[in-house]
Design a protein. Structure first.
Lengths: 150, 150
DNA sequence: TATAATTACTATTAATTTAGTAGTCATTAT
DNA sequence: ATAATGACTACTAAATTAATAGTAATTATA
């Protein structure tokens, strides 16, 4: 149930750019160092994020990347789904496949995966990068902001 | 965020054995056909499940597998964790690593993964194979038992 | 206008994980 | 004895993920 390094890198980077929103560009180099991400790998991730409309860039000397839209207009869910692809634990747990289901036993299991998927979606679709920025800043100020949702 | 085929096969098989609890053994062959699982692969999965104490077997002619403990004594969570290993989306989202966290930005993201992990755990740790059997049987009787938890 | 710093793009390779296959041995009901 | 079954170990293949390499294009600025 792991997420890939690619997604991890992408999200960390988006958060970094969100922290820098409206403050100019950040170079790949700085982003790579800050996030401890292999430069060349990050380069590709950023190109992907650009295609997805999450970031934009300025080329040439003193160029770099910046968030293409306001942080409160990007949810974690959008970003994750874009980078990671479908996040259903089982492909067949998607609505369409689910409806076609004919094997009653495994269907009982699919219900579970569907529940897991729904629970996960609720978490990641309801938080924006603006909120993440708020939390990150709160932490920096020494107010730990643990979130236990039980 | 996918689960592996191995886990999928393991859970389907456990459910099948749970449906057959106290009704004797089921051969690998039957389990493989029923679950549409490659025989040799299932063989290995079953050996793993046996080491984990989930199933037991009877060797020789008319041998086969059976659940090693009552279905209401096995949660999905136990089985998944045993086959799949840790289910945290990020390894560093585990409690220990989490406490050591020093990078405030990525910590904000780790909070999220922790939430996802918690939400997932709540689903899979609170359902037993006995309950899955009940649901599977209900479906067979023509009472679809969709579970939407929103 | 030369230079250095930077993004853009494409291709390749390496590493890891996952999925599946093969073959031989051991056990047991009939 | 034999046929049907599980036990065990090793291997291979396929897919995915992670990372690297190299060259081209762009741009600030000295």
């Amino acid at each position: 149930m792991k997420i890939s390094y690619k997604s991890d890198y992408a999200l960390k980077t988006l958060l970094e750019l969100a922290l820098n929103y409206n403050k100019g560009v950040v170079s790949i180099n700085d982003l790579a160092k800050k996030g401890d991400i292999p430069y060349k790998f990050l380069e590709q991730v950023l190109l992907t994020l650009k295609k997805g409309g999450f970031v934009d860039s300025k080329r040439g000397m003193s160029g770099g990347y910046y968030l293409a839209k306001p942080p409160d207009n990007i949810t974690l869910g959008e970003a994750i789904r874009f980078i990671e692809g479908p996040i259903e634990p089982l492909i067949c747990a998607s609505k369409k496949r689910y409806d076609e289901c004919k094997d009653f036993n495994t269907c009982a299991l699919k219900d579970i995966w569907h529940q897991v998927y729904t629970a996960t979606s609720m978490v990641i679709d309801s938080i924006t990068f603006a909120e993440l920025v708020r939390r990150a800043k709160a932490k920096q100020k020494g107010f730990p902001n643990y979130v236990y949702t039980i």
